[in-house]
Design a protein around this ligand. Structure first.
Ligand SMILES: [Zn+2]
Length: 165
């Protein structure tokens, strides 16, 4: 898995592509226990959003089976969480419209159904994006040799990058 710093760099690039640059996005790897603490269930990732101040707190559960065992699942998870930001105003309207349902049971059902459908939508968007824009687009961040080559190519007279190699 990439480092926290690499993920932060990737988020910056994805923000530009997804046109969500105004959001202040924070990222953290968490353990299984921490993920459960925050979301009350097993999950590969999560995104707590403060939509009025456009702040987002994205986590990836580093102990999650899929994240641990499926190569690049972290990328799908990250893109999924970013699509929650892209679609945030849409789900805001959906959530807000619940108040117009007078019956409590119907309101609860509406909430459950829209939640499931919303997750499906975000997942489809994320899958499509990951196919169209695969992880190889981030070789300059993830692949140390490629990153070094790029930096060397643009470098004039400093070798500080070689320190500690
Ligand atoms: Zn989701």
């Amino acid at each position: 898995m990439p480092t926290k710093e690499q993920i932060e760099q990737i988020i910056k690039e994805l923000q530009r592509i997804l046109r969500i640059q105004d959001w202040d996005i924070n990222f953290k790897y968490v353990t299984e226990a921490e993920a459960r603490d925050i979301y009350g269930e097993d999950c590969s990732g999560g995104n707590l959003r403060k939509r009025h101040s456009e702040e987002s707190y994205i986590i990836i559960n580093q102990d999650n089976d899929k994240v641990k065992n499926m190569p690049n699942y972290w990328y799908h998870t990250l893109v999924h969480e970013l699509y929650h930001i892209v679609t945030d105003s849409f789900i805001y309207v959906v959530d807000d419209s619940r108040q117009f349902i007078p019956d409590e049971k119907a309101r609860k059902e509406w909430k459950e159904t829209t939640n499931v459908k919303y997750e499906e939508l975000v997942n489809k968007l994320a899958k499509g994006f990951v196919n169209a824009y695969p992880i190889s687009n981030f070789d300059h961040i993830l692949n140390h040799a490629a990153a070094l080559e790029l930096q060397m190519a643009g470098m004039t007279g400093t070798t500080s990058i070689m320190k500690g190699e």
